[in-house]
Design a protein around this ligand. Structure first.
Ligand code: GAR
Length: 190
């Protein structure tokens, strides 16, 4: 069974969706590890309840990114992780982690990249007044939301939508697109 490490820093609704898909069999993979850089994050509590092993760390306890990423690599190798699934992990991945997992790190971003990279992509789209927002799943490289695109889905912004409505609509799409995309990669052996 393919072993996934989900990296998250926040609420963990995508973590939930991936867990659900792995339990109902639509995703032939196991969430073998949660990696979280925010000890107080809601997703940490969820992992505890689900029995997902977790590596939770405080970056301030390390001298620099290379130091905490080296520790993460150690844990990933111990857990024999096949893919790293970024799900709201709000940090750029550095060379220390990228090199050993090149081509096996995937991210979800709440916009139709290359539009609106970076923080608060949904707010950026809303403020720009575009009529179509969306979701992108892509491979991770050293840039900010710049790796090769794997899948995308559009979300229409209706006239009367609030920012919160858009957030909900985008996240609903994320929760099906992410597990489906991961399953496609696994079944193609990519
Ligand atoms: C998701 O909407 C994800 O697309 C976004 O963070 C949210 C995490 O939500 N990621 C980025 O913006 C990455 N640049 P969640 O904790 O409920 O899964």
């Amino acid at each position: 069974m393919t072993r996934l490490a989900v990296f998250a820093s926040g609420t963990g609704s995508n973590y939930d969706a991936i867990i659900e898909a792995s339990q109902n069999g639509s995703l032939e993979a196991e969430v073998a590890l949660l990696v979280c850089d925010k000890p107080q994050a809601k997703v940490v509590e969820k992992a505890k309840q689900n029995g997902t092993p977790a590596f939770v760390f405080d970056p301030k306890q390390y001298r620099n990114k290379a130091m905490f990423e080296a520790k993460i690599v150690e844990v990933l190798q111990e857990e024999k992780i096949d893919y790293i699934i970024l799900a709201g992990y709000m940090r750029l991945i550095g060379e220390t982690l990228l090199r050993p997992f090149e081509g096996r790190i995937i991210n979800i971003h709440p916009s139709l990249l290359p539009a609106f990279p970076g923080l608060d992509a949904i707010g950026q789209a809303f403020d720009a007044g575009v009529k179509v927002a969306g979701v992108t799943v892509h491979y991770v490289d050293e840039g900010m939301d710049t790796g090769t695109i794997i899948s995308q889905e559009a979300v229409k912004i209706e006239e009367d939508m609030t920012r919160e409505d858009l957030q909900r609509a985008v996240q609903t799409v994320e929760h099906s697109l992410y597990p489906e995309t991961i399953q496609k990669l696994i079944s193609r052996g990519e």
